[in-house]
Design a protein around this ligand. Structure first.
Ligand SMILES: [Zn+2]
Length: 377
């Protein structure tokens, strides 16, 4: 399971959270059964690219039809050049079969190219439901029970609307180059991810009438985390709740031996100028047992850093969660921990476990997002 939202821990997220309180969500409207359009930024600052289209296609501004072929995209004097012909600062390519391939990845819908600062950016013009086919397929295994996939679909849809509301620009709604939800074109999709999205078409989670910040992570290790402990803002629907359903999954508990050399090199890359580290001491933990701050006992004295800084430095695949203890053995730090990811919101393994125990996607979501309404926006 992917857990890219965990990497969302940043000032950007705080900006997102801070920005959501006021006027609600008016930018993208959700209607059950209607495929709301979505513009997803795929590539930026390009000077040349090849796009393969395996059906007849049109270039919107020209009205001419072309056969299936690979086209060469360039940019010159604030104009998109396709196979040597100039089409202006913004062009939409409309494949008959609504498929195109750029940088080896196949996408749905139309392709929009626009100039910016003497280069061009590529945008996928399709629907939010089609986007979710790929997101759900990347975020959860297609082998998960359908009710777990439906819970993931609603969480991902809710997160998408939230992100689009905050981050949209004139040219796109969501930037796929930022690490938020995992998506890699049609290769991310599977029949069950598509089914889960279709069965929950248009459904989002709301609290007091507003679309929520639907965080999720891979495995909570037995207790989800309060949003305030990770992202710094108290949200009534993102409280810490016990979760027994993720216990038997591989990431429920783990041990990782990380060499001191790796930790030193990783921290030096982040600007922490140390050459030796003797031990890591835990300074502060949350009620659910997640470490908030550590002290590095180094040749430069004691250096305090947050667990998030430590995870981002050494790698969130190595230090899988903030629920850990740590001891030193020779030149190695031995981390023993529970769960994978930040632990806020839906536990993906827990959702899988709940679905296997016969729970519906609505029950799953209600467990991890307290007091939310689930339905069309
Ligand atoms: Zn869990």
């Amino acid at each position: 399971m992917k857990n890219l939202i965990s990497i969302f821990i940043s000032g950007i997220l705080l900006f997102i959270l801070a920005g959501c309180g006021g006027t609600g969500y008016s930018y993208l409207k959700v209607d059950r059964g209607i495929k709301q359009s979505l513009r997803l930024l795929l590539e930026k600052n390009k000077t040349t690219s090849a796009v393969a289209i395996n059906s007849p296609f049109k270039i919107e501004s020209s009205g001419t039809s072309f056969g299936p072929k690979i086209i060469k995209i360039e940019v010159n004097s604030n104009s998109i050049i396709i196979d040597g012909n100039s089409y202006g600062a913004r062009v939409k390519i409309i494949p008959e079969n609504q498929r195109f391939t750029i940088s080896g990845i196949e996408y749905r819908g139309n392709l929009i190219l626009y100039c910016e600062d003497g280069k061009f950016n590529a945008v996928e013009d399709f629907s939010i439901e089609e986007y979710l086919y790929g997101v759900v397929g990347m975020e959860m295994s297609g082998n998960c029970p359908i009710e777990a996939l439906k819970a993931q679909a609603v969480a991902a849809r809710t997160f998408s609307y939230y992100e689009a509301e905050i981050r949209h620009t004139k040219e796109y709604d969501i930037d796929n180059l930022l690490q938020s939800q995992a998506f890699s074109g049609t290769s991310s999709e599977n029949p069950n991810s598509i089914e889960a999205v279709n069965q929950t078409s248009g459904e989002v989670m709301k609290y007091n009438g507003s679309v929520i910040f639907a965080a999720f992570s891979a495995n909570c290790g037995g207790y989800t985390e309060d949003n305030k402990e990770v992202f710094g803002i108290q949200l009534p629907y993102l409280q810490a709740v016990p979760c027994t359903f993720c216990k038997r999954y591989p990431n429920a508990s783990w041990q990782d031996e990380i060499s001191s050399d790796h930790i030193i090199a990783s921290l030096r890359k982040k600007g922490i100028d140390i050459y030796n580290i003797n031990a890591i001491e835990i300074n502060d933990t949350s009620i659910t047992g997640r470490v908030k701050q550590v002290s590095l006992l180094t040749d430069r004295g004691n250096i305090r850093i947050t667990t998030n800084e430590l995870r981002l430095a050494v790698g969130s695949n190595k230090l899988k969660s903030a629920r850990f203890t740590v001891r030193t053995r020779g030149n190695t730090m031995i981390f023993t921990g529970k769960g994978w990811g930040h632990g806020v919101g839906m536990c993906q393994d827990g959702a899988d476990g709940m679905a296997r125990n016969g729970n519906s996607y609505r029950r799953i979501l209600s467990r991890y997002y307290i007091g939310v309404e689930i339905g069309p926006k």
